[in-house]
Design a protein around this ligand. Structure first.
Ligand code: PLP
Length: 480
């Protein structure tokens, strides 16, 4: 067909109004806003137009091209309208095995934390009202008390995230002054958090000491000048330097701090309240230990190993915390009521560590052991084979996954997964379809196999996963 002919075929495209009158469009669920339906129809019309011009759709004058176009545009536009009405932020079944997946929203909250958010969202609360006195209260009060109790610190403050916590602390304590940091701790965390850059942003001057693998107490001592305001220790939360190494410990920094009358701050990154090594994971310094070592300021995330909402938690000496609370930056990085609600609920779980382990999904998943999951793996594999055994091979395999979220970088978590090898469609295509389903399913691609790690598939998600996977495998078998 010549280009000119294609051009004349454009006349066969039905008018937008005519498409809108079709039953398939009129019978779309009434909650879909009209504006989205119109947008969907217009988009499809434009796409079809392009397809005709580029010969991707070939029309012949004998086969009632007008009716044909009306039918396909209607069908595709109805699907597109439904798609447009689906929330952009949607549920994901995490089959990657990475417990703290930053791209997938890090920590899954405990039931108690979820209820607290629901409460805070559905009515008014005493967010900034002291109910006893009737006077204005602090939004930090509900968590401050818990944080000091749990960590042993004098005082606490919570901001938007740990990046903000570090920025606020540096800007309060060391603006236009010098901060000494080891070259082995100039950390970069995914999503553009870098110690040198945060330091620059805070107005503090970075003074690097030591070498990448070794920094001795003497390196810090030699670097102290009249301009020094702070000794900073950064936990290398997402990497480890191994081999011929020497790190100056927080305790050593504290004694140097005493010698020179300087405060010491530790950016713990993940900041755990539980000793993970008792559960077979690599040792991480706990917040309590770091406070006990005499650190003046300790910062950590709410949504990493703690398993709570996104937040930056600062604990330490009242002298520094009071200054931070008065810094205008605190207002710019303050937390909202949902964070207060979820964090309070999460912290309450830690009052009884045994319960925290049971009730906080992050800890549950991290501590979950392979044998406990065997039954679950067998069940899932059986269901998949039963429903779609002709379309793919399903097998239980052993794999190793990371903790993620810039935490416990050397931890290797052995676990059980289901390996999927589809027969009629490519693994890449299956993975893409899974990503676009609702809920979306994210697995791990390994060559020609799709790996579904059970560690991060939540209880109750198996059924949905089986349904989605089997439906897509069946579709795939037909269309390819
Ligand atoms: C993760 C991390 C941060 C950033 O914390 P967010 O809560 O993601 O802002 C800062 N410092 C260290 C050492 C970290 O591990």
């Amino acid at each position: 067909m010549s280009g000119k002919n294609n051009y004349s075929m454009l006349k066969q495209i039905p008018a937008v109004d005519e498409i809108l009158q079709r039953t398939e469009i009129k019978e779309l669920p009434s909650q879909i806003p009209k504006v989205l339906i119109l947008e969907a129809v217009r988009e499809i019309v434009a796409e079809i137009r392009q397809d005709i011009l580029t010969n991707r759709i070939k029309l012949s004058p004998e086969n009632n091209p007008r009716q044909y176009l009306l039918d396909i545009i209607t069908t595709i536009a109805a699907e597109r309208a439904l798609e447009k009405n689906r929330p952009n932020l949607r549920r994901v079944i995490n089959a990657t095995g990475v417990v703290l997946h930053t791209n997938l929203g890090r920590a899954v909250l405990s039931e108690r934390a979820r209820e607290a958010i629901e409460q805070a969202a559905s009515g008014y609360s005493n967010l900034e009202l002291d109910l006893k006195t009737g006077k204005r209260g602090s939004r930090y009060a509900p968590v401050e008390d818990l944080l000091t109790k749990l960590t042993g610190a004098e005082s606490a403050l919570v901001v938007n995230n740990n990046a903000a916590a570090v920025l606020l602390a540096l800007s309060t304590i060391a603006r236009e002054k010098e901060v000494i940091v080891s070259r082995g701790q100039l950390v970069e965390i995914g999503g553009s958090f870098r110690i040198p850059e945060v330091m620059a942003q805070s107005g503090a001057k970075l003074v690097e000491v030591g070498a990448t693998n070794k920094t001795h107490p003497g390196d810090y001592q030699k670097a102290v000048t009249s301009e020094t305001a702070l000794l900073l220790h950064v936990h290398t939360s997402n990497y480890r330097i191994v081999g011929f190494t020497r790190e100056t410990s927080v305790a050593e920094l504290v004694s140097i701090g005493e010698e020179f009358q300087l405060p010491v701050m530790s950016d713990l990154g993940s900041g755990s309240l539980i000793d993970h090594s008792t559960f077979g994971l690599p040792e991480e310094p706990t917040v309590q230990e770091t406070v006990k070592a005499g650190c003046d300021v300790v910062t950590f995330s709410g949504d990493k190993l703690l398993g709570g909402p996104q937040a930056g938690i600062i604990v330490g000496k009242t002298k520094y915390l009071e200054k931070m609370k008065k810094n205008p930056l605190t207002r710019a990085v303050r937390i909202d009521k949902f964070t207060v609600a979820a964090l309070e609920a999460t912290l309450r779980e830690y009052l009884e560590p045994d319960k925290a382990i049971k009730n906080i999904p992050t800890l549950q998943m991290l501590y979950s052991k392979k044998p406990e999951q065997e039954q679950r793996a067998l069940e899932l594999c059986r269901k998949l084979t039963e429903k779609a055994g002709l379309r793919a091979r399903f097998e239980i395999v052993e794999i190793v996954s990371a903790v993620g979220g810039g935490a416990l970088p050397t931890a290797e978590l052995p676990y059980l997964a289901i390996e999927v090898v589809p027969f009629a469609i490519s693994v890449a295509s299956l993975a893409q379809k899974l990503r676009c389903s609702d809920p979306a399913v994210i697995g791990r691609l390994q060559e020609d196999r799709l790996i579904l790690d059970l560690r991060t598939i939540l209880t109750g998600e198996e059924e949905v996963l089986v349904d989605i996977l089997c439906r897509l495998l069946k579709q795939g078998g037909i269309s390819e």
